[in-house]
Design a protein around this ligand. Structure first.
Ligand SMILES: C[S@@+](CC[C@H](N)C(=O)[O-])C[C@H]1O[C@@H](n2cnc3c(N)ncnc32)[C@H](O)[C@@H]1O
Length: 291
């Protein structure tokens, strides 16, 4: 089965097993973090989901994540990608890094992106205030290409640190902002093609971005209420179009430094009319790098 433009109600591990292999181009997800009721804080309210508990034994949690990551690998085309959002946690003072289980899956880890969530500081605690989460770019290699294609020039301004504030208008307890999947889909897929999967689709933010960018979308979610919320957002997708468009406008580089150099165009270094001071600076740097 290769469903398209659907949200399927159920446990993602079981639902994924019913899918054909190798038909998804890109997956984006944020699973429950297995933090739930263990860490009651005075500032940050607990994330409580509608239809599942978020407090498994850490070993069971990691084993389940490995199985899900591997099922997503199976349904992904060769050369496809998976952007997996998670965070560093601590249990009784011991750090738990997501790489502990991601590195045991079939995926090649292409990059670790830091998501700066731009949330409040000025808070005393046992560690410096944790404002980041991680987004792991996972890649399914093809026979001839173990590292994947080069990104298009328009993304050349993006770095490995992404700054998005948390989503505040959504009633789901842990949604990500629409700009996040919009950036990923626009960076990875060609225009107007591809199938995007979110196995923990929540309020459907990934699916909404996929729809706005004219991709096939496919979501799995265990809560019927969150599916209803997703359906409502998809039906009214024009209400959130502006947010996606604002993110797309940030992708504006037409030619990278490398493209300009290959075409013999201006690269900045030998601009006519450099001031004597600028020429001296260039000479100085060249002597330093080629003594
Ligand atoms: C962090 S939230 C995802 C939020 C989503 N990115 C959004 O923007 O709304 C994780 C979601 O996974 C769902 N979930 C938890 N366990 C699941 C499972 N085994 N299969 C499918 N969905 C599950 C929860 O109900 C929750 O909505």
């Amino acid at each position: 089965m290769k469903p398209a433009n659907k949200i399927i109600h159920g446990n993602c591990l079981e639902v994924l097993k019913t899918f054909d292999s190798s038909f998804v181009d890109l997956s984006i997800t944020s699973p429950p973090y297995n933090k739930g009721e263990k860490h009651k804080g005075w500032l940050v309210k607990n994330v409580v989901y509608d239809a599942c508990e978020d407090k498994k034994s850490e070993q069971d949690y990691q084993n389940e994540q490995i199985k899900i990551l591997n099922e997503v690998f199976r349904v992904t085309k060769d050369g496809g990608s998976f952007f997996y959002n998670h965070k560093i946690r601590w249990e009784k003072g011991v750090i738990i890094h997501p790489l502990e289980w991601i590195s045991k899956t079939d995926w090649t880890i292409r990059q670790e992106i830091i998501w700066d969530r731009m949330i409040a500081a000025n808070i005393r605690g046992w560690r410096f205030w944790q404002v980041d989460e991680k987004i792991f770019w996972l890649y399914k290699p093809t026979q001839n290409n173990k590292i994947g294609k080069e990104l298009a020039s328009k993304h050349a301004l993006l770095t490995s640190i992404w700054r998005f504030p948390p989503e505040r208008k959504n009633v789901h307890p842990a949604p990500f902002p629409l700009a996040l999947p919009t950036r990923i889909i626009n960076s990875i897929l060609e225009e107007n093609e591809g199938t995007v999967l979110d196995p923990f689709c929540g309020s459907g933010t990934t699916l909404l971005a996929a729809k706005l960018l004219k991709k096939n979308f496919l979501g799995i979610e265990i809560s019927k209420d969150y599916i209803n919320l997703t359906e409502e957002r998809l039906a009214n997708c024009n209400n959130e179009k502006k947010t996606a468009e604002e993110e797309l406008q940030k992708h504006t580089v037409l030619k990278t430094f490398k493209d300009r150099k290959q075409n013999g165009e201006f690269t900045g270094k030998f601009k006519k009319g450099l001031s004597p001071k600028q020429k001296n600076q260039i000479n100085f740097l060249e002597k330093k790098t080629n003594p």
